[in-house]
Design a protein around this ligand. Structure first.
Ligand code: ADP
Ligand code: MG
Length: 616
């Protein structure tokens, strides 16, 4: 009997030892006395904390607890244990090195006969790794949450039944549901069945689940008290690891402004294209090397080369390119728009006059990246202007005809008289031939002048002596002046002034000014003509002592068709101004009523011709 008891006892002891060993392998075991002091710690404790048992035995159990919740845990544990209840919970602690440790503890109170605890056994498992993982997970979630809430995009997580699980601030604000309860509800449960937002966040996610991949679409939604907004949404199905449906993520980006901007750019582009294509003027776009980037339809109509033939290359004719390159350079240097007139040959060989306006095209930084040209066919205008000059000339010629006829009749009468004398007295021939020749020359030069005036002539710049030209014109005009006994007094300080000019044009100017002066003068009057060279400028002054011009009319001079004469054209001074400015000169008129008028013309004498003039 005793043996059997002894054997059972030994067996029980063996079992107990085994349990202790197994327990020690798996768990931290500590025994605490009724005063809260550590009486026993197992090897596992020492292994995990780094303490040796001597260092902790006799210490208060409180040294085992650490962290923010220490007071709460102690209180809770104390209450349970002092009432004889088992306490179980997570405790934060520290290793000897100071590292954080987490244990899951179960503390069992052992009671004495009076029912008071006389010792406590605590069995704990190390859960530091799990806690750390949880902590990291929580941190990640927090970061994600912060990120999602800071996003200006709508972010929404739903479960596989379409119930809302997470929605960021943007989403809540957009749908005005910050104060509503939305968690676990579907779209229509939150917003009602008639909600317009269902295009943005679908009530039913069947489509995306069937598609099995993200779906991107454009949706519109009009928030309360706001204008309609457009969203670029992406709906993403998220699967569990076993392939089951888990979540639906909806991200919606408000692209209203971008869309508007795109629309504006599109409209602008369309408007530009239509202006570009429908313009009657040829428009070209050049890069800074003079390579033609684009042309419009008018370019083809104007020149005969299509945009396709020219695009990406230089202009079709090399003479154009030289000119354009020079212009581009001055646009780039000045940074300003410039206008030029030039003549160009079309593909069919015809020559046209064009006015070209070049404008710099700048990028966002203000740098010139290209240059545009707007080219207008001004052949008609140039022709009209030529016609104007021509008609003025013809009108002058017509008006002069009467005086000329008269003037021609005088020498003719003289010549006839002499011819008759010669006929009757052939021996006196010698006596009269000189006078006759002189009269013949006069007739001839008057007719010649009249012819040059009336004949259309080519616009050709040549170095010519304007003093001589003035002399010729005066001769012609004297035929008129003489009818009213008006004298043209020449006060020429320069005997010769050679300037590059178009002879018949300059003569036209002299003609008109002198004609005006004669017309303004009283009978028996005097007109003074001054010719001086002042520095590198030729200065001509025509001074009459006629009726003068009232100051209010002085301003109108040069306007087309402004005339005070019954048969005037009102073109003379207009033409005068135009011709002189073409010759880079200037016209100024001083006048006083009843006292007379002075017309002053200044024209540059190029230094070469100045030298030439001096060497004569
Ligand atoms: P038109 O001679 O055909 O009238 P113009 O253009 O030559 O045209 O002259 C315009 C007007 O200017 C004249 O009608 C006249 O009133 C005034 N005018 C021009 N020159 C003189 C002048 N020397 N003295 C007074 N008036 C002048
Ligand atoms: Mg006139």
């Amino acid at each position: 009997m005793f043996r059997r008891v002894e054997a059972e006892l030994t067996h029980a002891l063996q079992v107990l030892t085994d349990i202790q060993v197994a327990l020690s392998e798996a768990c931290i075991v500590t025994i605490i006395d009724q005063d809260g002091r550590l009486m026993y710690v197992n090897d596992k404790y020492c292994k995990i904390t780094g303490f040796v048992s001597e260092e902790v035995l006799g210490q208060s159990y409180q040294t085992l607890i650490d962290g923010e919740l220490k007071p709460d845990i102690e209180r809770e544990m104390y209450t349970a244990l002092s009432n004889g209840r088992v306490w179980s919970g997570e405790i934060q602690s520290r290793s000897k090195k100071g590292d954080q440790l987490w244990v899951q503890s179960t503390v069992v109170p052992f009671l004495n006969d009076q029912g008071k605890p006389h010792q406590f056994i605590s069995v704990s498992t190390d859960i530091t790794d799990r806690k750390r993982a949880e902590e990291a997970q929580r941190e990640r979630e927090q970061q994600l949450y912060t990120l999602i809430n800071a996003m200006p995009d709508v972010v929404l997580f739903k479960d596989d039944k379409g119930r809302w699980l997470e929605a960021n601030e943007t989403a809540l604000q957009l749908f005005s549901i910050e104060k509503k309860s939305w968690y676990g509800k579907t779209m229509t449960e939150i917003m009602g069945t008639s909600c317009a937002a269902t295009t943005l966040v679908h009530e039913d996610d069947t489509l995306v689940w069937e598609h099995g991949a993200p779906i991107r679409e454009e949706a519109s939604y009009t928030p309360i008290d706001s204008r309609p907004r457009t969203f670029d949404t992406i709906t993403i199905p998220i699967y569990r690891t076993n392939g089951g449906r888990h979540r639906v993520l909806v991200i919606g980006r408000d692209i209203t402004e971008r869309k508007q901007h795109e629309q504006e750019v599109k409209t602008l582009k369309e408007e530009f294209e239509s202006i570009f294509n429908c313009s009657a003027d040829a428009i070209c776009l050049f890069d800074l090397n003079g390579v033609l980037l684009r042309t419009n339809q008018a370019f083809e109509a104007m020149y005969g080369w299509s945009g396709r033939e020219c695009g990406g290359r230089f202009l079709p004719l090399s003479e154009w390119n030289d000119e354009v390159r020079e212009w581009l350079q001055s646009v780039c240097q000045s940074g300003c728009q410039i206008s030029r007139e030039t003549a160009r040959r079309r593909r069919d060989g015809e020559s046209i006059d064009v006015s070209v306006t070049l404008s710099p095209i700048r990028n966002a930084d203000g740098d010139i990246v290209a240059v545009s040209t707007i080219e207008r066919d001004i052949t008609e205008r140039v022709r009209t202007s030529e016609l104007l000059l021509q008609s003025e000339k013809l009108s002058v010629a017509g008006q002069l005809a009467a005086g000329i006829a008269h003037e021609l009749r005088n020498p003719m009468t003289v010549l006839r008289g002499f011819t008759q004398i010669i006929q009757n007295n052939p021996e006196k021939t010698y006596q009269y031939t000189d006078v006759m020749l002189h009269e013949f020359d006069r007739v001839n030069s008057i007719v010649e002048e009249l012819l040059t005036l009336a004949k259309p002539q080519a616009v050709k710049y040549e170095n010519k002596d304007i003093v001589k030209m003035l002399e010729h014109v005066a001769l012609l005009l004297e035929t008129q002046a003489v009818l009213r006994n008006i004298r043209l007094v020449r006060r020429f300080s320069a005997k010769e002034l050679v300037i590059p000019c178009v002879e018949h044009r300059i003569k036209q100017v002299f003609m008109n000014i002198l004609k005006n002066a004669i017309e303004a003068s009283d009978d028996n009057g005097e007109i003074e003509i001054y010719v001086d060279q002042v520095g590198d400028s030729a200065e001509l002054r025509f001074v009459d002592h006629g009726c003068g011009i009232p100051s209010d009319q002085l301003r109108k001079l040069g306007e087309p068709f402004h005339t005070t004469k019954p048969h005037g054209t009102g073109l003379g001074l207009l033409v005068t101004h135009r011709i002189i400015s073409e010759h880079k000169g200037s016209v100024s008129i001083k006048s006083e009523v009843n006292s007379g008028t002075e017309v002053r013309i200044a024209m540059p004498v190029p230094s070469v011709t100045v030298k030439q003039a001096q060497s004569f």
